[in-house]
Design a protein around this ligand. Structure first.
Ligand SMILES: Nc1ncnc2c1ncn2[C@@H]1O[C@H](COP(=O)(O)OP(=O)(O)O)[C@@H](O)[C@H]1O
Ligand SMILES: [Mg+2]
Length: 353
């Protein structure tokens, strides 16, 4: 037996027992980077770094992602897209995968959805398609899909100032929870989001119109514990992994546990493993069903809150979840025991399928 056959046998052996070690060994024995091209696409950052760039779904640290990916893949590039021409040039380069958190671009006041554009050009990407992202970002639309499939979600209606003119026109009994119909990062959510009467309702709806420039979704208030479930969907075999975490928030001045804007901004919440087996299973079931209902692809996060009886309810889906050190990363860390680099590589490898 020559040396080459020996190494080959050894690799087959390693592949069987530890596929992760295999990719590491291949790289180090043969210094053999994976022969794929990956383009990390970003848009110019807004001058005000705290501003909400609505067209960016996942804020990524492109230099860190570049560093991680170029240790494993042969051709990795960061491209800032400023014009339609930049986008066309990228399509001509035809990378094997685009790693990006951009949802859409505005060129001459026309929206171009990145993932749509990539599909047209036969280029793979890391998250869900445009139609899924549209379903997810409108909370009313996402909840209607859940209702149709009998997935538990709080009763709700949508409104704006002067639409529900008196207390008799409110279709659900108080207490209610009022929030912007689209959005994220708990924008517009504060101690006044829980309303007990028509006057409070009217005030909060006006506040959201004035400060968030948004219509409202008004839901039955869910007083129970809060969870988020990270999801990985294998693009090869369709298998879905669910990774629940519990989000523990301190009581606010009214004694409610709400993940409001300040709590989130100041990182005051605690994230822990879900140890109760029954709850863990319930969360996995509802989160997987919700992800499938929205036709989610690759990865995402489903937010869930318990009602007063401890039954899990779908709150919202994040199919372009933050992948810095946020809930998605922590759901990977606490459930799979993987670190940041391994998470990025898992997203990338899945995207390449
Ligand atoms: N129906 C509800 N009852 C109680 N709390 C809610 C309800 N809906 C949302 N919340 C609270 O508000 C937070 C933010 O709501 P969410 O819809 O997830 O908005 P965002 O997109 O900003 O994350 C949730 O994490 C939860 O703490
Ligand atoms: Mg949320």
């Amino acid at each position: 037996m020559n040396n080459k056959t020996l190494i080959k046998d050894e690799i087959v052996n390693i592949e069987r027992i530890a596929p992760n070690i295999l990719s590491f060994s291949k790289k180090h024995i043969f210094n053999n980077l994976i022969n794929k091209s990956i383009e990390i696409i970003i848009v110019p950052k807004s001058e005000d770094l705290t501003a909400n760039q609505k067209n960016v779904g996942i804020i990524i640290d492109e230099n860190l992602i570049f560093k991680i990916l170029s240790q494993h893949y042969k051709n990795v590039l960061i491209t800032e897209i400023k014009t339609k021409k930049d986008l066309a040039k990228m399509a001509l380069r035809k990378p094997d995968l685009v790693f990006s958190g951009v949802k859409y671009f505005y060129f001459n006041e026309k929206k171009i959805w990145l993932n749509d554009y990539l599909e047209l050009n036969d280029i793979l990407y890391i998250a869900s398609s445009k139609s899924t992202l549209l379903k997810e970002s409108n909370k009313s639309r996402a909840k209607k899909i859940m209702q149709k499939l009998n997935i538990a979600t709080a009763d709700f209606f949508t409104t704006e100032p002067n639409e529900h003119k008196n207390k008799n026109s409110i279709p659900i009994t108080f207490p209610l929870f009022v929030k912007p119909i689209t959005g994220g990062d708990s924008r517009g959510i504060d101690v006044n989001s829980i309303v007990y009467n028509y006057e409070d309702f009217k005030k909060k709806v006006l506040d959201i119109k004035l400060n968030q420039h948004s219509r409202c979704i008004v839901e039955k208030y869910l007083p129970g514990k809060e969870y988020s479930v990270g999801i990985f969907k294998d693009n090869m075999d369709g298998n879905i992994e669910a990774m629940p975490i519990e989000i523990i928030v301190k009581k606010n001045i009214n004694g409610h546990h709400i993940l409001d804007f300040d709590t989130k901004k100041n990182d005051e919440e605690k994230v822990v493993e879900v140890l109760d087996k029954k709850i863990f299973k319930q969360l996995c079931i509802i989160a997987k069903k919700s992800f499938v209902a929205l036709d989610g692809k690759s990865f995402g996060r489903i937010d869930i809150k318990m009602d007063c009886l401890g039954n899990p309810h779908f709150i919202e889906a994040n199919l372009m979840p933050g992948i810095r050190k946020g809930y998605f990363f922590r759901s990977c860390l606490l459930n799979l025991g993987i670190n940041y680099e391994e998470m990025i590589l898992k997203i990338t490898a899945n995207g390449l399928h």
